[in-house]
Design a protein. Structure first.
Ligand code: PGA
Length: 250
């Protein structure tokens, strides 16, 4: 049995006041979510410190959207994994396609981030996925395999067991174009096979989330697939009712 996880990636949205209201709404609605579903919220850095306690009390996980690839020092504007851990952040999204594309985060940098996050006991939610041109060229498996090989497959087995993976086809993120459940399942099954080839049966326990225009309408069919263990939700996580109904889509 794998964990069922629904994580909300707020990206660069909500002022503090708006975020506080959204958190309150999510906490109020949380009782409607089945106990076997782990809910995680990833608000902007500025909100993390104040949200950690109420979320923890409500049994909801808290994630950062990024962390630095260095321990500490002269890196103006960066936030370290140690800082996040010190305010009880539990998870960290690493390798989101927006970070790879707009901030030049390479697989090399992402491996450093994953290692530092793990060192500080943050659970990485590691994102991979192909671009539209790569999908059109039939290269989706090649692309996600390379992303896995250069980061996740470099980890020692004991660290691998702590990872959450998210498959997010870039063409489906924020576009309203969800991958079909068959397209998503095909890639998820492939990812699990690649992980099994490296780590053996431990890969049976790795949660693999789907992300990319996942919403209350598309989630039920996606979450019904054998290798899809939940979702990383962008747009639909900014409305409490939608986020909760995605969490109830299993
Ligand atoms: P979306 O974003 O749900 O708005 O497509 C998903 C993500 O980027 O994690």
């Amino acid at each position: 049995m794998r964990k069922k996880i629904v994580a909300g990636n707020w990206k660069m949205n909500t002022t503090y006041e708006e975020g506080e209201k959204l958190i309150q709404e999510i906490i109020e609605k949380k009782s409607a979510v089945k106990n076997d579903v782990t809910l995680i919220v990833a608000p902007p850095f500025t909100h993390l410190c104040c949200f950690a306690e109420p979320l923890c009390k409500a049994g909801i996980g808290i994630a950062a959207q990024n962390c630095a690839n260095h321990e500490a020092g002269a890196y103006t504007g960066e936030v370290s994994a140690a800082m996040l851990a010190s305010i009880d952040v539990q998870y960290c999204i690493i390798g989101h396609s927006e970070r790879r594309e707009y901030y030049g985060e390479t697989n090399e940098i992402l491996l450093e981030k994953v290692k530092i996050a793990l060192k500080h006991k943050l659970t990485p939610i590691f994102c991979i996925g192909e671009k539209l041109s790569e999908r059109e060229a039939g290269k989706q498996f090649e692309v996600v395999n390379a992303q896995l090989q250069s980061v996740i497959c470099q980890l020692p087995a004991a660290d691998f067991e702590k990872i959450i993976l998210a498959y997010e086809p870039v063409w489906a993120i924020g576009t309203g174009k969800t991958a079909t459940s068959a397209q998503a399942q095909e890639v998820h099954a492939y990812l699990r096979k690649v992980l099994k080839d490296t780590f053996g049966v431990a890969a049976d326990h790795t949660p693999i989330l789907y992300g990319g225009s996942c919403n209350p309408t598309t989630a039920p069919e996606l979450f019904g697939q054998p290798d899809i263990d939940g979702g990383l939700i962008g747009g639909a996580s900014l409305k409490a009712a939608d986020f909760i109904s995605v969490a109830n889509a299993f």
